[in-house]
Design a binder for this molecule. Structure first.
Ligand code: LCV
Length: 278
């Protein structure tokens, strides 16, 4: 990929600028490329990284891009370790609420008029899988795997997130992924439909860029309207207010539980969690 770097998205003003941008943006003709650059923290989706991601995504739209590729920096064994667990707080309300930075990033991807293609080399964990599934297409290589892990943290996944999975996978596969938190390896991810294409590592960039450049030759207004029609038709599932309230009440009991605190503590203390079911 021969990138023409665009000015890196400004880091959030509140904190000192990171050594290099946590997310860099580049243009290759009509194709934008967003690169996650925090290898030391395995591209954990912190508020800082996600704010930078969202502004970089919005910045690319200002350059009239026709397709956008989201990738990790070359050679990283972990594409993203998911939600920054250090930013999950027990007793601070819903850990995956509407205003959560990860939820904002998912909405930004889904609302972006240009198709967004996730290019995966390495492992994808937790909320990063929701981010990948929020992209319009996924191209991955043989090093990829995909895990959704709230059961490792005692965290109650949110209803919007579950709808993202229901829009993509059969119920039995969603249940296996959520109940076991086991990473789905590349071959199975291709067979299950988590990814569009499984290609050898050596061809990953060329293959993904080929799809992006192909999209870039199509009528952008027609592409953008189909993307928005599909978003509206899949995201808006009628749920009775009372049902939604009951689900929220059930989730409240979980994120107030000892097990959620244990999930966070065990990660920070680098030990296995012991869940008591309360
Ligand atoms: C903060 C991290 C993280 C991280 N946050 O490297 O799906 S939900 O509902 O659960 C949602 C809420 C969610 O997304 O939760 C997070 C789900 N993610 C995970 O459970 C993955 C947690 N991470 C890991 O299992 C390992 O880090 C992997 C397997 C990704 C990589 O292992 P590796 O041995 O290569 P380390 O574990 O040594 O991590 C390197 C540094 O990145 C930090 C980790 O704390 C460490 O920091 P220090 O060097 O300061 O110790 N890190 C990794 N993941 N999700 N920080």
């Amino acid at each position: 990929m021969t990138d023409t770097p665009v000015s890196p998205a400004p880091a959030p003003a509140a904190k000192p600028a990171p050594a290099g941008p946590l997310v860099s943006a580049a243009l290759d003709g009509p194709v934008g490329i967003l690169t996650l650059n925090n290898g030391a923290k395995r591209n954990a989706l912190s508020e800082e990284l996600l704010d930078t991601f969202i502004s970089a995504l919005e910045g690319l739209q200002g350059h009239n891009v026709r397709a956008i590729i989201v990738r990790a920096a070359p050679g990283m064994g972990v594409w993203s370790a998911g939600h920054d667990i250090r930013e999950l707080k027990h007793g601070a309300g819903d850990p995956l609420g509407y205003a959560d930075p990860l939820e904002r990033a998912l909405r930004a991807i889904r609302a972006c008029p240009a198709p967004v293609i996730a290019m995966i080399h390495g492992t994808v964990w937790g909320g990063a899988l929701d981010l990948v599934l929020s992209c319009d297409m996924v191209v991955a290589d043989e090093t990829s795997s995909f895990a959704i892990t709230p059961a490792n943290l005692g965290l109650p996944y949110n209803t919007t997130g579950l709808l993202h999975f229901l829009g993509r996978l059969p119920l039995n596969l969603i249940k296996e992924m959520f109940f076991t938190a086991t990473p789905v390896k590349a071959e199975d991810a291709a067979r299950w439909g988590i990814i569009n294409h499984l290609v050898p590592s050596a061809e990953l960039e060329t293959y993904t860029m080929g799809i992006a450049q192909g999209i870039a030759t199509k009528a952008p207004l027609a592409v953008a309207v189909v993307k928005e029609q599909l978003r509206v038709l899949t995201d808006y599932q009628p749920v009775a207010a009372q049902v939604f309230e009951r689900l929220q009440e059930m989730r409240r009991a979980v994120y107030a539980s000892h097990d959620f605190q244990e999930g966070i503590d065990s990660f920070l203390e680098k030990r296995k969690p012991v869940f008591r079911g309360d």
